[in-house]
Design a protein around this ligand. Structure first.
Ligand code: IMP
Ligand code: MG
Length: 177
């Protein structure tokens, strides 16, 4: 299968790296003197999480959650289910949920509920992309690299039918070439 073509680059590799460095500096300052566990969501947030982790100066550990989303009819909120749980306990730890994109907010809300139930000392959210025009449920967002318009994007972990995750940049996809 040939995925549909890229329409235009939204954020270049350099812009993304620069912005990640800024956000990482902010996180490192706010967590100074503490340890931070990054929780990545498979598979989309892996690319952002590794880039972010490399720029953090506080001691960092990582773990992953896997999720499956079941989209309902068009426009209806999808259901989310954990398909791979954390490997280790987060009880009493400072944890940062690392997301690729927050769209309607349903996925993040579900993950926050799941993580809160595990008794962390603190829980914050960091996302590469934030698409506020489509938000349905409000979620507390602590760190965000970029706000994006209401267009479907790929790259830096984000996929179209599993393609394009490996792009070094974030791009708008043209669904009907
Ligand atoms: P939410 O539950 O609506 O916030 O959806 C978040 C999830 O939808 C993300 O983790 C992505 O997997 C997926 N998603 C939403 N928008 C896009 C996009 O523009 N490109 C690729 N995946 C997206
Ligand atoms: Mg996806």
């Amino acid at each position: 299968m040939t995925p549909p073509p890229i329409e235009r680059v939204l954020f270049t590799e350099e812009e993304i790296q620069r912005r990640i460095r800024q956000v990482a500096a902010q996180i490192s300052a706010e967590y100074a003197g503490r340890e931070l566990k990054l929780i990545g969501v498979l598979k989309g947030s892996v690319f952002f999480m590794t880039a972010l982790a490399r720029e953090l100066t506080v001691p960092v550990t990582i773990d992953f959650l896997g999720i499956s989303s079941f989209a309902h009819s068009q426009g209806a909120p999808g259901l989310v289910r954990i398909s791979k749980d954390l490997d280790e306990s987060v009880e009493g730890e400072d944890i940062l949920l690392v997301e690729d994109i927050i769209d309607t907010g349903f996925t993040t809300r579900y993950l926050l509920q799941h993580l809160r139930g595990r008794g962390p000392k603190s829980l914050a959210v960091c996302t590469l992309l934030d698409r506020t025009p489509r938000r349905i449920v409000q979620i507390p967002l602590d760190y965000r690299c970029f706000e994006i318009p209401d267009r479907f994007v790929v790259g830096f972990g984000l996929d179209y039918r599993q393609y394009y995750r490996n792009l070094k940049y974030v791009a708008v996809l043209n669904p009907e070439p």
